[in-house]
Write a protein that binds this ligand. Structure first.
Ligand SMILES: NC(=O)CC[C@H](N)C(=O)O
Length: 241
């Protein structure tokens, strides 16, 4: 079993969570971590590529619609096709759908407002490598911050996603019940995060990097580390597919 992953974090013009992710992987987990400008084309040194949150290219046209044309995206596609890890967080998830590395789309929130909150998520498909470190936990709490986080896919795609167990996170209440009231943005089937069929590409709207710092814990029941487990999970799953 390895003790570290080599992490590359893509920096697009307008990314703003790149350094937050680097803080987690480099400072907290002590994994070798590089920030990669979006014009980079060689990703051969990395096990995990992260597309971070933010407002790439000012969210012009649609969130992620321009970033998908960045030179680095061809290399990200090759990295994914080779079965290596790709994690898209928030704007990164939007870019992955625009690039067709994940199915469906992220559209304007149901209430047309930017939402900044903390939400409960039910963990689904716990056999997937990304969730291995959560143990018996079935409900976690992570921050969200987005204007276009409403997950949409056509009925056939949605059926396929569910049948293949590609939904990893669903908005839920504190007990893990998936209800309309616990859906902050109108996402179909309360979907907050999905992976590709092979399982090595994950996109999620909540921010695991904002719940990963042990110095911020206030009480034993605090959810502050719920995001850290996601990164740690990959250590136990050296090779994905
Ligand atoms: N935090 C983020 O990555 C935000 C993503 C995107 N800019 C949105 O508002 O939906």
């Amino acid at each position: 079993m390895s003790h570290a992953l080599n992490v590359g974090i893509v920096v697009f013009p307008g990314s703003n969570c790149d350094r937050d992710v680097a803080y987690v992987t480099r400072e907290i987990l002590q994994w070798p971590t590089e920030l990669l400008w979006h014009e980079e084309t060689n990703l051969s040194d990395y096990d995990l590529i992260v597309l971070p949150g933010g407002f790439s290219f000012g969210d012009y046209l649609r969130c992620g619609a321009i970033a998908r044309f960045s030179p680095i995206m061809a290399a990200v596609k090759d990295h994914a096709a080779a079965g290596k890890w790709v994690l898209g967080i928030c704007n990164g998830f939007q870019i992955l759908t625009e690039a067709k590395l994940l199915p469906g789309a992220l559209v304007r929130n149901r209430d047309l407002h930017f939402i900044c909150d903390r939400v409960h998520l039910r963990l689904e498909a716990k056999e997937r490598p990304w969730l291995q470190a959560y143990g018996d936990k079935t409900v976690i709490r992570l921050p969200i911050a987005h204007g276009e986080g409403c997950y949409y896919a056509d009925p056939a795609t949605l059926t396929e996603l569910e049948a293949n167990r590609q939904v990893l996170f669903r908005y839920a209440d504190a007990q893990g019940n998936v209800t309309p009231e616990s859906n902050p943005n109108g996402s179909l089937n309360n979907i907050a995060g999905i992976c590709n069929a092979a399982g090595n590409v994950l996109g999620m709207m909540p921010h695991p990097e904002r719940a990963a710092d042990p110095t911020l814990i206030h009480s034993p029941s605090d959810h502050t580390l719920d995001g850290l487990q996601l990164f740690k999970s990959l250590l136990n799953a050296a090779v994905c597919c």
